[in-house]
Design a protein around this ligand. Structure first.
Ligand code: FE2
Length: 326
């Protein structure tokens, strides 16, 4: 059984191919970046349209397959940026119709969790999914991914990018901020917004942006990153206690951050918990996660007709019934 999955919810157009053993036969991508400013949805979609045929062909040739060898075509149905989502949806519908192959609609955050679970071989973890647009702490409970805590405004990745933009960086700013985190010495006080089990990042960005002129930049970067991740670590610790779990799986683009990993690792060690992180190519947006989740769904015959496969810009992870675990 072979499934091809297509991802295009935001900045990345990705195509993954997996087999029934969970082996990734191809995981190709093309990502939209800027040297200045953030993502423009229309420009990102144009990038995806331009790259789609090449990336699909590259994935097939890497897997040494022809499109008619694929047993199901999966795509990320949502959430995401409308113009970007359309690209994967149109490519997947075309392939499904042309080769008379079942079509599978995959929720993007659920796909992050599924591939992270599979790669780390975790038992029953708390997931910390933090990316540009998303920041959620979840675990599987009664056939749904239950959101234990989440951002009330922007994702932590967007917060990093917005602050990075304010100090003159391009998109994505996270990796550069992460390097500079280790150069700061003094903690500048910034708003720490944890509300119950939820988080808010917009105030932190505004306050830090106001301090650019008056504070040392290295210290401000350190303080911004420290505050943003300390909030996330605090909520994760309480999620572990509340859900009675002892494994943390970090995923999403921000899981690549060394600063976040170090903070989470310390917290995990203090609690006697384990921190697990998949390889970076499976943390950031990728086609393999869509293909793998598509395969789990295809096995349970969870298919969609083309006419029922509209993209869902605000489909949440906890809206999807998880019928493929146990
Ligand atoms: Fe993502």
């Amino acid at each position: 059984m072979i499934v091809l999955g297509i991802e295009s919810t935001a900045h990345t157009f990705g195509v993954g191919i997996v087999n029934q053993k969970g082996r990734v036969l191809a995981n190709e991508k093309a990502s939209y970046t800027t040297t200045e400013g953030g993502i423009h949805p229309r420009a990102a979609a144009d990038h995806h349209w331009e790259n789609a045929p090449v990336v699909i062909r590259r994935a097939l040739s890497k897997a040494n397959l022809k499109a008619n060898h694929v047993d199901a075509i999966a795509f990320a149905q949502g959430p995401g940026l409308g113009p970007c989502l359309e690209v994967a949806a149109v490519c997947a519908r075309f392939l499904a119709l042309k080769f008379n192959t079942p079509l599978v609609c995959v929720n993007h955050p659920v796909a992050h969790l599924e591939i992270a679970w599979q790669r780390t071989r975790a038992g029953d973890p708390v997931f910390v999914y933090s990316s540009g647009a998303n920041t959620q702490i979840l675990c599987l409970e009664n056939g749904y991914y239950r959101v234990l805590g989440e951002t009330l405004d922007i994702g932590v990745g967007n917060a990093l990018d917005n602050f990075g933009r304010a100090i003159g960086m391009g998109f994505p700013a996270g990796p550069e901020l992460d390097k500079r985190y280790f150069l700061g010495k003094k903690l500048v006080e910034l708003p720490y917004s944890v509300k119950g089990m939820d988080l808010a990042y917009a105030g932190l960005v505004t306050s830090a942006a106001k301090k650019i002129k008056t504070e040392n930049e290295a210290d401000l970067v350190y303080s911004f990153v420290h505050t943003a991740f300390a909030m996330l670590t605090e909520v994760t610790e309480r999620a572990l206690a509340h859900a009675g779990k002892n494994e943390i799986v970090l995923t999403g683009g921000v899981a690549a951050s060394k600063a976040l990993r170090e903070m989470m690792k310390k917290m995990a060690k203090d609690r006697g918990a384990r921190l697990l992180v998949p390889e970076p190519e499976y943390c950031t947006d990728n086609g393999a996660m869509i293909a793998w989740t598509g395969l789990l769904m295809h096995r349970k015959k969870i298919h969609a007709r083309v006419q029922d496969s509209a993209v869902k810009q605000d489909q949440r992870a906890d809206h999807v019934q998880i019928r493929w675990h146990r």
